[in-house]
Design a protein around this ligand. Structure first.
Ligand code: TPP
Ligand code: DXP
Ligand code: MG
Length: 594
């Protein structure tokens, strides 16, 4: 029986509770999060770490009139539960359910949509400037940002601006010394010195930005938090409160293994023990195929360097960091720096492999163009989580990389159909690479991997015929080709030809010429936005060749943001599941009378 939690329907209900009652509420809130996340999954550790902080913020401030922005937003479960979403929390991250991140429109308490890191200071500063211009002088604007996220360039841009405004902005630095993996970098070392009370012989770094600093205080002590927030509420201008918390607080296993419990699978809610996912027979994840293959290649090629912006575990670059710590770098949440660092290395004859999730690479677009492609530098972009990612939803789907990369001069864009092709391409880029190449692969697992099979060189810009046919040709890029293979194995589709085109750029024009000569109907399939993607490139080529007799239907992600949900639900939503593809083939054949 959750006596206190059940009576909180929104943040104003907190105001009547005593500090002792708030502390009991904190206990109930933790139990509730553990109950639900142990079964439904999602981000655990960060939310457990901010239970007291969330209660204190909603207790002291007048939300939603005061505006509260959660950086990344993966720690916002207590906020969601206390602001009217307790009863829908069991639908968290499910198709049609609430989002795993704060989302404008989901609740008036979600002042800003997040998912990508380090945006909170800029967003809250923008809100505070708007309030001032509108004469709303008593409104408070609060950004809660983690120690890993504040080290990102974007957060520093926000601090740099905030310091010269008189804006009523409160930044809460939630310092748990962790990103998803242990936090890294000089700022992390600095914050550790501050917490240890070391005399660091200089002005506090935030005060140097003209932002008044207070703390560090214990972020699990409600009394301290409430006293300090009350004090800060009456202080005008930009200010930063440094709060120390423990990621995973309240669940022993989550405190002890903070990396795993950042977003664990299902677990026993009492012991915290992970529930066996029976993974023994499964093929390896694409990320592991990348990470382990890179180590294999780096053993015989000293020029190979690995780079990840804060995702050593998620990208599996951790294997190279373990094996070659001098040649593999976790640079923190710093996608822009990661790309230009790679460019710098490449100018000196190194071969950098920059492992970045598709969605986070968006942040480094200018660096890709200006620092890498324009100078035609051999940087290998290993783009993970390309395509739909499932429950994280629209902030995290890798929907756009095919479109945003293939329009850049000098860029080669390769989509392996399976893990063996991923291995072969990682191997192949070591030879004769004169410019940048992007290799994009999805979240999750492929099919079987034969680690003993020797590498094959993949020729740039060459597609391959998988199966001959008569009626029509399907041209796929990436792992959706495996779905097409399954379809083509069915008797009803034995006349359908299948080509794995492999490269979105350069297109295999010779192969396309042959296909245009042989087929009057083509279906292109890609797991990326259809606007500006592979299908669009094939259509453009058809127009150049004036192949008017050929009809082309392009399947891919539609021109809208795709919600969160399971992969199967999302494939059905966008028409990329096996049945929907079969229907398109059937319809096309009826139209063509074949
Ligand atoms: C631009 C961007 N890069 C990478 C990520 C992936 N990511 C999500 S949470 C996280 C770590 C955040 O650490 P911190 O800000 O300290 O918050 P904590 O989880 O410790 O509460 C990372 C790297 C992201 N969300 N956005
Ligand atoms: C909040 C965030 O950005 C990450 O935790 C992200 O959810 C990780 O995604 P993967 O589970 O695909 O590594
Ligand atoms: Mg942290």
């Amino acid at each position: 029986m959750k006596k206190y939690l059940e009576n909180i329907n929104n943040s104003s209900d907190l105001k009547n509770l005593s500090i002792e009652e708030l502390s009991l509420l904190a206990q109930e809130l933790r139990e509730f999060i553990i109950d639900v996340v142990s079964v439904k999954m999602g981000h655990l550790g960060a939310s457990l770490g901010v239970v007291e902080l969330t209660i204190a913020l909603h207790y002291i401030f007048d939300t939603p009139n005061d505006l509260l922005v959660w950086d990344v937003g993966h720690q916002a479960y207590p906020h969601k539960i206390l602001t009217g979403r307790r009863n829908s929390f069991h639908t968290n991250r499910e198709f049609g359910g609430i989002s795993g991140f704060p989302k404008l429109g989901e609740s008036v308490f979600d002042a800003f949509g997040t998912g990508h890191s380090s945006t909170s200071i800029s967003a809250a500063l923008g809100m505070s400037i708007a309030s001032k211009l509108k004469g709303e002088n008593n409104r408070h604007h609060i950004a809660v940002i983690g120690d890993a996220s504040i080290a990102s360039g974007m957060a520093f841009e926000g601090l740099n601006h905030a310091g010269v405004t008189k804006s009523n902005l409160l930044i809460i630095l939630n310092d748990n010394e962790m990103g998803i993996d242990p936090n890294v970098g000089a700022l992390k070392n600095y914050l550790t010195s501050v917490k240890q009370g070391k005399d660091i012989h200089q002005k506090n770094v935030f005060e140097a930005f003209d932002i008044s600093y207070s703390g560090p205080i214990d972020g699990h002590n409600l009394n301290d938090l409430i006293d300090e927030l009350k004090r800060l509420k009456s202080i005008k201008g930009p200010k930063l409160l440094h709060v120390i918390t423990r990621k995973g607080k309240g669940l022993r296993k989550a405190e002890d293994d903070q990396v795993t419990y950042h977003a664990p699978g299902p677990f026993n809610k009492f012991s915290g023990e992970l529930i066996d996912q029976k993974e023994l027979d499964l093929a390896p994840k694409f990320q592991d195929v990348f990470g382990l293959t890179l180590v294999e290649l780096a053993e015989s090629n000293e020029k190979i360097i690995g780079i990840t912006p804060a995702m050593p575990t998620g990208s599996s670059l951790k294997y190279m960091i373990e094996k070659f710590p001098d040649r593999a770098f976790d640079v923190g949440i710093a996608e822009q720096h990661a790309v230009t660092l790679a460019a710098g290395l490449a100018t000196q004859g190194m071969l950098p492999f920059c492992a970045i999730y598709s969605t986070f690479l968006q942040r480094a677009y200018d660096q890709i163009i200006h620092d890498v492609a324009l100078q035609n530098l051999p940087v290998v972009f290993c783009i993970d989580r390309a395509g739909l990612v499932g429950e994280d939803g629209p902030t995290h789907h890798g929907a756009f990389d095919l479109a945003y990369l293939s329009c850049i001069p000098n860029m080669i864009v390769f989509c392996p159909m399976n893990a063996m092709e991923l291995r072969d391409m990682l191997f192949s880029v070591q030879f004769d690479l004169n410019g940048p190449v992007a290799i994009r692969y999805p979240r999750g697992r492929g099919r079987h991997v034969d680690w003993r099979k020797s590498f094959n060189r993949i020729e740039t810009g060459k597609g391959r015929l998988i199966k001959e046919g008569k009626d029509l040709a399907i041209l796929s890029v990436g792992p959706l080709g495996e779905t097409v293979q399954l379809i083509c194995k069915k008797q009803a589709y034995s006349n359908v030809a299948h080509y794995d085109m492999r490269f979105v750029k350069p297109l295999d024009e010779n192969l396309l010429d042959k296909i245009f000569q042989t087929y009057t109907m083509i279906i292109t399939i890609e797991e990326g936005t259809v606007k500006g993607g592979f299908g669009a490139a094939v259509l453009a080529y058809k127009n150049i060749k004036k192949a008017d007799h050929v009809g082309i239907e392009c399947l891919g992600l539609p021109d809208k943001f795709i919600e969160h949900g399971s992969m199967q639900q999302l494939y059905e939503l966008v028409g990329l599941d096996q049945k929907s593809i079969e229907k398109v083939i059937d319809r096309t054949r009826i139209n063509k009378n074949c």
